[in-house]
Each structure stands twice: as structure tokens, then as C-alpha cells.
Design a protein around this ligand. Structure first.
Ligand SMILES: NC(=O)c1ccc[n+]([C@@H]2O[C@H](COP(=O)([O-])OP(=O)(O)OC[C@H]3O[C@@H](n4cnc5c(N)ncnc54)[C@H](OP(=O)(O)O)[C@@H]3O)[C@@H](O)[C@H]2O)c1
Length: 365
């Protein structure tokens, strides 16, 4: 039996109140102070992960009790110390590899310091997150009849670990590209790299709204701690892959824009009769791609640091995709704001987008 663990954390303080009813009466600021002092917890035992190759794995979710906002705002040393303690708990439980969920992979040097301070392998899961986000984009483009080759693509959070790998790989296939984040220097360095690697010369901007307005496809993968993509930013028929947790795309988009397709990047079917022992809002037997990467490496017996740091290689992304297929992991259709995207939904979005385009043209005459 192979063994893994995955570190999770509350994205928002409301998640803690939902999980522990006794906390509901506490003001948010108190609750933040309380969880800041809490040691890591074993949140659940994961059973039934079974590869197509016959190997089996069990694991644990380890809770590192800090919200995304706390992870970004508290002193980095304190946050890293909490993540390392959670990884050590994984080691004590017998895991051979531990994956870093959501902001535990964003803080500091994206897993390098954590790996230096534990006796087991560490991975952020970002390679498989990139692979499944890209697969999802191609799948969604097929459904929406958008030609990726001619599409104008915007990557929000383009200079990050996941964003830069998505941008570098997508740049080989798309019509044009815009890279957006807050640091212009890092954006320009990435644009130069992409130009050298692919010949495509991306635009760069710190104006996220402007970056989205002309985009056929938007990849939203910033580490902002709240929603930043608003309904007014998107053009009719746009495809938006929201990889970020917490989401980058405002819930208002789902309510106000029935003419765009927003889907969550990185939702994966796990092989076997898996029981996560915990409800993270997905249908049974599905998980985030970053969780899946940890399971795949365990099933493969690859107890080695796999994805660490912010510079992912295309080879890593290709390799984890190959291993995923070998063990029976695959993209779990498309999901949007907790709902499965049906063929009827896609048809409705396409019809609404055509109508909105006609109205725009009529309004312009
Ligand atoms: N779906 C999944 O399975 C999965 C798996 C892993 C991670 N994630 C999520 O993916 C997101 C990104 O992770 P990562 O590891 O790639 O993070 P990262 O390496 O820290 O990169 C974050 C990127 O976002 C930009 N950014 C941050 N705040 C911004 C803001 N307010 N406005 C515009 N740009 C901003 C950063 O550049 P500047 O600082 O220059 O702005 C950078 O380009 C996180 O939300 C994480 O939780 C999801």
C-alpha cells in the first residue's frame, strides 16, 4: 500500500465557521486569532485510491489552519513554520509524499523550504494543475466552437508558477496572447522568454480589465485572495478557465453573464472506489488536480520532490500527464460555480453570445 498526504487550509474564515459550528458565534477576527495558534490537524483518512495498474494508495488530508489572506499577510516565517509542521505531521502518519494545497504552495518559495525541512518528498501539484487546465481549455474551446489557433488568450497571474507554465505552453498554439499581473518587470521578462521559445510576442499589462476585454479565452490564475474578474470585463462568448483558489472570477459573472463560459480548472476523476472522508464541494471520486498529482506520484512509488519552486518545465507537465493516464486519472468534465456544465448549458451560452454580438453590432450602427 502506497501512502501520501495532502495539506489543505480554509480559503476564507467562513470555511472554519462552516466546519466547526461552535465557532459560528465568534467574530471573524477572534476566530483568526484562535486558528493562528492551532497545531496541524488530521482532517481525514483517504481510502480506496486504486490505479489501473493495480497498485493502491491511502492518505490523509492535513489541515493547516490559516486562511489564504492570513497566509499572504502574516510574517512569512510564521506561515512557513505552520506549513512545515503540517508536513511533519504527514511524515509521522507514514506518508511518503506530501502535496501542498492552495496557498500552502504559494507562500514563499513554493515548497522549496518545506522540502528542505521534512524527511519525505514534497510536491506542489502545480504540474498536473497546468496539464488539466490546458486540457480543459482545449475541451471547452471544442464545445464552444472557438478555434484555439486563432484565439486571443489572456493569462491573469501570468508570471506565477501555474500562470507562466500555462502561458509558455499555450503560446505555441494560439493566435495572440496578453500577459497580466502587477509587476511589469516580471511580465516583460516572461514575454521575452515566450518570444524566444515560441516566436509569439505577447502584450503585457497591469490593467486586468483591459487585458480581458478582447480575449476569447481567459486563464485566471492569480494569487489574489478575493474575486477580481468582473462581469463587465468579458466579451460575449468568452471562455474563462478559473484555476485560482479562492476563485478569481466573481460569482456575479455567473449571475450576470449567461453569454460566457466560466469553468473551474483542474477537476479530476480519481480511479478506484475513493473515499476522501471530507467534503470539499466536489462530486464523489473527483479531486483537485494538485491533490491528484500527489496520489499519482504515490501510486507510481515516486517518493521524490516533483514540482517545487515557480519555474515549471514543459517536460514535468508532460510527464505527470503521462503518469496520470497510466494510473487512470482523467479530466472530470467541466464545472462552473459548483455545478456540472451540461451540453444544454453550452448551447444556451452559445445562443446568448450570438444574440449579444448581434445587439452590439446593431447598437454600433
Ligand atoms: N485548481 C487547482 O487545483 C490549483 C492548484 C494549485 C494552485 N491553485 C491556485 O492557483 C493560484 C495561483 O497559484 P500559483 O502557485 O501559480 O501562485 P504564484 O506563483 O504565487 O503566482 C501568482 C500570480 O498572480 C499574480 N498576482 C497576485 N496577486 C495579484 C493581483 N491582485 N492582481 C493581479 N495579479 C496578481 C502574481 O504576480 P504579481 O505579484 O506581479 O501580481 C503572479 O503572477 C492560487 O489561487 C492557488 O491557490 C489551484
Amino acid at each position: 500500500m502506497e501512502r501520501f498526504a495532502f495539506i489543505i487550509h480554509p480559503l476564507e474564515i467562513e470555511d472554519v465557521a462552516r466546519k466547526f459550528p461552535s465557532a459560528r458565534r465568534m467574530p471573524a477576527s477572534w476566530l483568526e486569532t484562535v486558528i493562528r495558534r492551532c497545531p496541524p490537524i488530521k482532517a481525514s483518512h483517504i481510502t480506496g485510491v486504486r490505479s489501473l495498474q493495480g497498485t493502491e494508495a491511502e492518505g490523509w488530508f492535513i489541515g493547516c489552519l490559516l486562511t489564504a489572506k492570513q497566509m499572504m499577510e502574516l510574517p512569512e516565517e510564521e506561515v512557513l513554520d505552520k506549513i512545515i509542521k503540517a508536513a511533519r505531521k504527514a511524515e509521522q502518519l507514514g506518508a511518503g509524499i506530501v502535496g501542498l494545497g492552495a496557498f500552502t504552495a504559494v507562500v514563499g518559495d513554493a515548497g522549496v523550504t518545506v522540502a528542505d525541512n521534512v524527511g519525505i518528498a514534497v510536491t506542489t501539484g502545480n504540474s498536473y494543475t497546468v496539464a488539466t487546465a490546458l486540457e480543459g481549455i482545449h475541451y471547452a474551446a471544442g464545445l464552444m466552437e472557438v478555434s484555439v489557433e486563432n484565439a486571443s488568450v489572456t493569462v491573469l497571474g501570468a508570471t506565477g508558477s501555474i500562470g507562466s507554465a500555462c502561458a509558455r505552453i499555450l503560446a505555441r498554439d494560439v493566435g495572440s496572447m496578453t500577459l497580466a499581473a502587477r509587476s511589469v518587470d516580471r511580465l516583460e521578462a516572461l514575454a521575452d522568454r515566450i518570444k524566444t521559445e515560441t516566436g509569439l510576442g505577447p502584450q503585457v499589462t497591469t490593467d486586468l480589465a483591459a487585458a480581458c476585454r478582447e480575449a476569447d479565452i481567459v486563464v485566471a490564475v492569480t494569487s489574489a485572495t478575493g474575486a477580481i474578474v468582473e462581469p463587465e470585463w468579458l466579451k460575449p462568448g468568452a471562455i474563462v478557465c478559473d484555476v485560482a483558489r479562492p476563485r478569481n472570477v466573481s460569482r456575479r459573472v455567473a449571475e450576470a453573464r449567461r453569454d460566457v463560459l466560466v469553468f473551474e480548472g483542474g477537476v479530476v476523476e480519481v480511479p478506484g472506489d475513493v473515499d476522501f472522508g471530507l467534503d470539499f464541494g466536489f462530486p464523489a471520486k473527483t479531486a483537485y488536480a494538485c491533490m491528484a498529482e500527489t496520489m499519482i506520484l504515490a501510486l507510481e512509488g515516486r517518493y521524490e520532490n516533483f514540482t517545487l519552486g515557480r519555474d515549471l518545465s514543459v517536460e514535468q507537465v508532460d510527464e505527470i500527464s503521462r503518469l496520470a493516464t497510466r494510473h487512470g486519472f482523467r479530466l472530470a468534465g467541466l464545472r462552473s460555480f459548483e455545478r456540472a456544465v451540461s451540453p444544454e448549458w453550452i448551447q444556451q451560452v452559445k445562443e446568448n453570445a450570438s444574440k449579444a454580438r448581434r445587439e452590439t453590432i446593431a447598437g454600433g450602427i
